[in-house]
Design a protein around this ligand. Structure first.
Ligand SMILES: [Fe+2]
Length: 239
């Protein structure tokens, strides 16, 4: 593994907690496949397969949106991340500190886009679910109720100026869940230290086909397709 591959491998594992033995074999298999399959392709990152069909999230998110979002938008982040990683390899090999620093923006944007979308596909699903176990208890303890958490996550996500992501994450120092927002493709853990449990993409490419400019309707509807079982597994893995 090259130095740059190791850097992103660690970053993705930190973001998704793939390294935890507590993560379910099902989630680990899905995420690991997404990541490890890149080696066979000769690149650093590879577009992961969705764990469901493009039309599986209808009517909340249309097949058209899912197709464009996954096969075009996410794929572009993967392509450009690999370009940046190749340049980083060359810069590291040459010991060119200026070139390494100059790549940070592209690495953050495209690496963040890859990490965020990989998390996003997994924290959505066609089967309705509700928080249970330790996740349900943590939501009650941190917010008072599920509805209070939903209200705060929705409001702050809708209020993001421009493009970005709303997140429910866990502060591993306090054990409490927190709502946070990130601009652009800034990844949650690297930006705030919170471990991501649920992400909501509010770039217009995520909802414009289905909801036009009405972001609040999209955010409201996405709660119908959040996979709270995955969120619970992420919380347990973060402990
Ligand atoms: Fe997106």
């Amino acid at each position: 593994m090259t130095g740059s591959k190791l850097i992103v491998d660690k970053a993705l594992r930190a973001a998704t907690h793939l390294g935890s033995s507590k993560l379910s074999s099902e989630l680990l298999a899905k995420s690991s496949t997404a990541w490890l399959s890149s080696a066979a392709a000769g690149g650093v990152a590879k577009l992961p397969d969705l764990p469901y069909d493009y039309n599986a999230l209808e009517p909340a998110i249309s097949a058209e949106t899912m197709t464009l979002h996954h096969s075009k938008h996410h794929n572009t982040y993967v392509t450009n991340l690999n370009v940046a990683m190749e340049k980083l390899d060359a810069a590291v090999t040459a010991g060119d500190a200026s070139a390494i620093i100059g790549l940070q923006g592209a690495l953050k944007f495209n690496g963040g886009g890859h990490i965020n979308h990989t998390l996003f596909w997994e924290n959505l699903g066609p089967t309705s679910s509700t928080p249970s176990g330790s996740l349900a208890a943590a939501i009650d303890e941190s917010f008072g109720s599920f509805d209070a958490m939903k209200s705060e996550l929705s409001a702050k996500t809708i209020a993001i100026q421009g493009s970005g992501w709303g997140w429910l994450g866990v502060n591993t120092a306090t054990g409490r869940l927190e709502v946070a927002t990130c601009a652009n493709q800034d990844p949650l853990k690297a930006t705030t230290g919170l471990v991501p449990l649920v992400g909501i993409d509010v770039w217009e490419h995520a909802y414009y086909v289905d909801y036009r400019n009405v972001r609040p309707d999209y955010v409201q509807k996405i709660f119908d397709i959040i996979n709270w079982n995955v969120a619970g597994e992420r919380l347990d893995a973060a402990k």
